[in-house]
Design a protein around this ligand. Structure first.
Ligand SMILES: Cc1cc2nc3c(=O)[nH]c(=O)nc-3n(C[C@H](O)[C@H](O)[C@H](O)COP(=O)(O)OP(=O)(O)OC[C@H]3O[C@@H](n4cnc5c(N)ncnc54)[C@H](O)[C@@H]3O)c2cc1C
Length: 133
């Protein structure tokens, strides 16, 4: 069957992929000059990487997303680098993805601010536990 899809966003492109695998003749029509829709990015000529226009994240447990990436043969393009969270302090990046790294972070000093941070973190974690079903 001949199928036309309007929009080369993630939805249109993944539908096209499934329909193509099912043996259909698919054409995507996109009004913008680029693919990706809301999930598209942009890149300055001197950058090695593109940056998304909007913030998106994937979980390492997202088997559907990682599955389609594997099907497309693009798994070598997906990396989950650590540290996951960093802080910039006096022109230097510091990992900020664990309690230990937070304690090592020089931007909080060694006194009250660190105690306050630890307290907020404990209250936040407790609140999350209460809120989760
Ligand atoms: C700030 C933000 C954060 C998000 N974070 C996440 C996230 O972390 N994880 C996640 O899974 N999702 C996230 N999303 C949602 C995700 O971006 C969208 O669900 C997804 O990109 C939608 O894809 P789509 O193909 O349905 O639509 P779109 O991406 O909107 O694509 C539609 C396409 O159709 C084109 N089009 C429109 N009208 C026509 C026409 N008449 N003719 C031809 N082409 C046309 C548009 O130009 C566009 O390219 C986020 C969205 C936003 C805005």
């Amino acid at each position: 069957m001949k199928i036309a899809i309007l929009g080369a966003g993630y939805g249109g492109m993944s539908a096209a992929w499934d329909l193509k695998k099912a043996g259909h003749d698919v054409t995507i029509f996109e009004s913008a000059g680029y693919a990706g829709g809301l999930a598209s990015g942009f890149k300055e000529p001197h950058w090695n990487w593109s940056v998304e226009k909007f913030y998106h994240h994937w979980f390492q447990s997202d088997s559907e997303m990682l599955g389609i990436i594997r099907e497309l043969g693009l798994e070598d393009k997906v990396i989950f680098p650590r540290p996951l969270t960093v802080m910039l302090h006096k022109n230097k990046w510091y990992p900020f993805d664990s309690i230990l790294n937070a304690l090592r972070f020089p931007g909080l000093g060694f006194g009250l601010n660190k105690i306050r941070f630890g307290f907020v973190r404990i209250v936040f974690t407790h609140h999350q536990e209460l809120a989760s079903p």
